[in-house]
Design a protein around this ligand. Structure first.
Ligand SMILES: [Zn+2]
Length: 406
């Protein structure tokens, strides 16, 4: 590749920043967060994409009565390359989260402004930077050397509230657009140095333990069954047994081990002189992908019955949320190799594959056997007040995407 696409990205940097500012001035907030959806922002983004003359355009709108337009918009645009056997996909999302407490912002979250090499506003990082960088990467390559392989831009709604009307909808209806050999990049998480390529997730499990005993006067424990005491022992026993039985480590992840955290505890009695007859507590578990969640639940059941017999309570266990991690994207798959090479060329760092503790939108691809990698160089302001990006990252990330296209 010559330097032409990179030069073009630098030449169009201010146009890219003003485009990003323009789209982030529109609060594309989903109905779960009392917003009216993505359509107004979508129209501007779509015009930009159509101006690049894609070879194929698909609008895959998900019906949703809760928004004025009746649909949540999703766009796929394909650009033919010299090798049409594979497509490089870049997927980004249009929706944003609400600004939160306005007093924490130094400026209007929906009047993005440039200051000292940064652009500040709600949605500029999550996920506006990726929207603008991917569109301007396509533009730069289109106007210079052309695409070595097919390039697909996917711009979707509803990422912040579960993707049912976004990527999940697109894949349920148009799975045929994506092929096993495609390279799929999801620039929706990353770090400051840009040297993490996320390829794997842990299982996620939320469990509720409802401990039932017998309420009574605090002066008569002989007539009561104290659930707070039993629940306390339950937590300690779970803590010890889960950590011991599932002690394996995987260096991809940080932390490298599975984690089992007691988190929420519901209020029991309002006064001090009553022995509680019911206590409810929760565990948040992030489990390494090679451990079946069934064996974790089994261990929890057996600890619960040991507490039942020791303290005379009943313990009912309930899964509140269970998300089984899909097969990881192999560290030597083409998308990871191509990303790592491009990142190294643009940023001079050697990225490494990593795993994370939670669910990303890449899971929707992975669970269908498609290899997706999550990468972005970002400042780390997603969902925070005074959300910002650096313009250097915006153009640098565009160059990484452009490098993968040529
Ligand atoms: Zn996001």
């Amino acid at each position: 590749m010559g330097r032409e696409p990179f030069q073009r990205i630098d030449d169009q940097a201010s146009e890219c920043v003003s485009f990003l500012g323009e789209i982030c001035a529109i609060p594309a907030i989903g109905p779960e967060n009392q917003g009216t959806g993505e359509m107004a922002k979508y129209r501007i983004v779509k015009d930009r994409v159509l101006a690049l003359n894609p070879d194929q355009v698909e609008e895959i709108h998900a019906p949703d009565d809760r928004v004025p337009d009746g649909v949540r918009p999703n766009l796929v645009a394909l650009f033919g390359g010299r090798d049409s056997s594979r497509t490089l996909w870049i997927l980004s999302h249009l929706d944003v989260v609400p600004p939160g407490e306005l007093g924490l912002w130094d400026s209007d979250p929906f009047q993005p402004k440039v200051e000292n090499g940064f652009l500040v506003g709600r949605g500029v990082e999550d996920n506006g930077q990726a929207v603008a960088a991917s569109i301007f990467a396509v533009k730069a390559v289109r106007e210079t050397c052309g695409f070595a392989l097919n390039v697909g831009l996917a711009l979707v709604s509803d990422e912040e509230s579960g993707s049912l009307y976004g990527l999940d909808y697109v894949l349920r209806n148009r799975m045929d657009l994506f092929r096993e050999q495609d390279l799929i990049v999801v620039p929706d998480a990353g770090n400051k140095d840009g040297d993490h390529i996320e390829v794997a997730e842990k299982h996620l499990l939320h469990v509720r333990f409802r401990v039932k005993g017998k309420q009574g006067h605090a002066s008569r424990p002989d007539l009561s069954v104290n659930t707070l005491r039993a629940a306390s022992h339950l937590i300690v026993r779970l803590d010890e047994s889960l950590a011991t039985r599932f002690a394996g480590e995987d260096r991809f992840f940080n932390p490298a081990c599975s984690t089992f955290e007691p988190t929420k505890k519901e209020a029991n009695v309002p006064n001090i002189n009553t022995i509680p007859g019911e206590d409810v507590l929760y565990f948040d578990c992030r489990v390494l992908p090679d451990i079946p969640l069934g064996s974790v639940l089994e261990e929890m059941e057996s600890v619960s019955s040991s507490v039942e017999s020791a303290f005379g309570v009943r313990v009912a266990l309930e899964e509140v949320l269970k998300f089984e991690a899909p097969e990881p994207t192999p560290a030597d798959s083409p998308v990871v190799i191509a990303l790592a090479r491009a990142v190294q060329e643009v940023y001079g760092v050697q990225p490494r594959p990593t795993g994370i503790g939670g669910q990303t939108v890449a899971a929707f691809f992975r669970k269908r056997g498609l290899r997706a990698a999550v990468w972005e160089k970002i400042l780390g302001y997603a969902h925070a007040p005074n959300e910002r990006i650096s313009i250097d990252n915006l153009t640098g990330n565009a160059k990484v995407f452009a490098r993968m296209m040529v």
